[in-house]
Design a binder for this molecule. Sequence first.
Ligand SMILES: Cc1cc2nc3c(=O)[nH]c(=O)nc-3n(C[C@H](O)[C@H](O)[C@H](O)COP(=O)(O)OP(=O)(O)OC[C@H]3O[C@@H](n4cnc5c(N)ncnc54)[C@H](O)[C@@H]3O)c2cc1C
Length: 498
Amino acid sequence: MGHTYDTIIIGAGHNGLVAAAYLAKQGKKVLVLERRAIVGGTVVTESFGEGFTVDSVQTGGMLRPDIIKDLKLSQYGLDTSEKSVRSTRPSFISLQPDGNHLTLDVEPIKRFSEKDAARWPEFVRFMDKAAKILEKAYATILPRLPKDFDLRDGIGLAKWGVELRLAGRKDMLNFIRALPMSAQELAEEYFESEAVKGAVASLGIHGFTLGSMSAGTGYTLIHNWMNRGGMAHVNVGRAGEITQTLANAVKSFGGEIRTEAEVKSIQVDRYTCSGVVLENGEEIKAEKVISAADPKHTLLKLVGAQDLPPEFVWHTQSIKMRGSVAKVHLLTDGRHGIPKGTLVLAPSVKYLERAYDAAKYGEISEKPYLEVTTSGNAVSIHFQFAPYALRNSEWKMESGKIAELAIKTLEAYFPALHASRITHHIITPLDLEQTYGLTEGDINHGQLMLDQFLFMRPIPGWSNHKTPIDNLYLCGSGVHGGGGVGGAAGRNIAKVLK
Ligand SMILES: Cc1cc2nc3c(=O)[nH]c(=O)nc-3n(C[C@H](O)[C@H](O)[C@H](O)COP(=O)(O)OP(=O)(O)OC[C@H]3O[C@@H](n4cnc5c(N)ncnc54)[C@H](O)[C@@H]3O)c2cc1C
């Protein structure tokens, strides 16, 4: 039977859309299927009422500049180039109990430590360099190791090795050393003030179920720095522009996008994929199917264990998801008193570690790590830790507690917020799963941990986007190149299939 499409892409998050745009540009007949009524996945700007429009999950963000260039996205008004972003880079402010808040920059750091202020430019230089090295690694399609190693597949890897070496001996060694370190250890290599160390370390745990003293948060600190281009979020309130622009690009290259089109199953016969079946029973045939949904959902739910090799099923079941992020959005009358920028409640490394302790025992942090941004009259609060798997309760009962804790904690720093508040909207880890399609509420489609990165993402030996099923590929944040909003995973699959 002939194929209706060359390629079906499951999921219109930014990675699915990047993949679709590249493939459509190559002349492929592409169809994107999205279960929600809107495109964007976690990179969306949504309205929860009049005047209450926010980046509902991921705050702001920027695509990799080469993707913007390749897909000519600036013609649709998207300018997230490094130059434009840097010229408008917002402040990163760490809230302090005595009201003497810390802005991360040389002059304000002096109030906390002259020595730390002197070290700040060198820290920024190293982090920018480390982020560039990591970005190159994410741009490299990693060969399957250790089985079936084809020397041609190793070319990209060799190029990355050269990049690493070109970074210079000192930075190369410091980059490699930093990956397994804890965020605390990395921060301590540069700074002495508790306030500065806490602020820096908070970026290492943002989005992960790890503490600032956990091994490997040196890597996640560099990952998040790479994604934002520094400590603070950019383009706050405009996340949806990124994915709307990508959707426009897909269509302009002749690709199709269907929303409210949930894929129920992927059709597999003798380890070969031939298309998908939608929830409404419709069958759509394609030569290739690429899933931008998370690997656990794709392989265990849409394919099913019966069509996969047993060892592969075991590895897929073992992917660590562990979501522990909730969001609380507040609509205010605008007189909330919160400054612009990215604000964190991370006064010390110990505070962050104690917030994480709760997650270890399946409990909600009573003294949480918060990250706060504002957009128009709305205030958005990223709340950690709120573990998906609660030990003694269920999320249906606990969403009110998250809102209360987030608001009460923030009001202690901004008393005007209380009178300014009109209404709120909560997104729990269960909502992240049910509404946004993130298995176990894991915002990166699988934790970014050292045993789940590079050759081991999504599972050991399968980092090249392929699966044991012929013609079925993965391209979301759960594969090498993801997570975050750069789009590397989506771009890499297009390179694999070129
Ligand atoms: C609260 C929050 C904060 C974050 N903060 C940061 C940060 O500071 N730094 C950082 O690097 N990253 C951060 N992230 C992570 C980052 O946003 C994600 O890694 C990334 O956006 C995921 O993009 P994606 O395109 O791979 O997948 P998604 O955006 O998850 O898109 C997948 C799409 O697939 C659809 N789908 C799923 N199943 C099906 C199906 N069966 N049929 C059809 N469609 C389906 C979903 O509806 C969704 O639209 C954050 C995420 C969240 C939620």
